[in-house]
Write a protein that binds this ligand. Sequence first.
Ligand code: F0G
Length: 467
Amino acid sequence: MKRTTYAEPYKIKMVEPLRNISRRERERLVKLAGYNTFQVKAEDVYIDLLTDSGTGAMSDRQWAGLMMGDESYSGSRNFYHLEAAVHQYYGYKYMVPTHQGRGAEHLIARLLIKPGMYVPGNMYFTSTRLHQELAGGVFEDVIIDEAHDPDSTFPFKGNVDLQKLENLINKVGAANIAYLSLATTVNMAGGQPISLENMKQVRKLTEQHNIRIIHDMARVAENAYMIQQLEPGYADKTVAAITKEICSLTDGAVMSGKKDALVNIGGMMAINDQGLYEEAKNLVVVYEGMHTYGGMAGRDMEAMAIGIAESVDEAHISSRVHQVHYLGAQLREAGIPIVNPVGTHGVYINAAAFLPHIPQVKFPAQALTVALYEEGGVRSVERGIVSAGRNKETGDHHYPSLELVRLAIPRRVYTLSHLDVVAETAINVFEKRYDVPGLEMVFEPKYMRFFQARFEQVVGEPQRMPG
Ligand code: F0G
């Protein structure tokens, strides 16, 4: 039978009721929250697209796995299951569990970065760059220019610009490069994949200079799926096989298990070098926990082992990305400026184009997250100047070329009907966009300010576009 309709590849066994409060109530609450969606209580949110991290729904098998948790302090059976899953699906030789991705980032940064060293990467991620900087490293963006252009429709905007990488190597010397931090997919660029062809070229160049590649693999299965869909020569390969091939081109990895691996908490660091593994094993004890649990409960390691297997299931991954693209298509058709192509874990609205009357220093993306919450109870996240933080040297803001709002879709949580409501909310705000006021930051924390910063609305300035 030829089918033109589409349905999620699961049925719902347990439901969690949603609460939808009034617009007036939301206006009051978001003001109390300092106009920061991270500070809003989850129960005051109707549809929560703040993040796809740790917010997924576990399968019945994962829940069953929780009951098989072995909470022994050392040598829990679940650790060996997780280790086996990492070998089987990713191929890395050694791994230590961590409480989540940034625990692994901390370990790798401490292990490989000496003060003053450079860490090139295909764009930055907030926690990743911070750990590099805290270890004394200097981040250098080597992603292709297309990634910084929300209108470029290049299919692999996560690719590394080989020329930029080579220029850096020539400028500072390979010995001063700690490692290449390579993300699959690139979150801050809009959830954009990297191609295997590019990865192979990058591998060739870094091998010539003896530079390690550390893989930020939170969303590796989604990247593998996009390769299967778009890269010539991969249409007949399984997502599982492509995932393993990606990993084989790198020397180690940091992983947040809270994304593709479908757990609410957990992560791991992997490495192929035995000497570095011994060091990591020792360091994890200091910062996370014994190397056979590293900050995770036995039951959570079991759920992650099962989640890793489910993440590369073809029906799961195609449905997951379909949901994201379904929402993206609705926004695009309504004329809302979004990052193209639509990525794999969320739809990114180009807030600079959506709110052209708000200059970047008045935080247009942050202002748009507020408007979406007030309008429809939809929670999103700022990925622009607030997230980018300050330049350590000058003390001024970083001024990222992308001023975005991310609508991140949790895995297996919402149906297409929820996404219709999200689209309607965004369209309603778009119709009255010139009424959305800019913001002033009135409290700024030192690290990762976007989580806890507080804002006030800019009143008294003309908000409407002239004419
Ligand atoms: N790397 C990438 C690409 C990420 O997206 C994240 C988390 C991390 C590392 C850190 O992992 O949260 O488990 O410590 N991203 C979340 C997000 C927070 O909302 O995109 P973590």
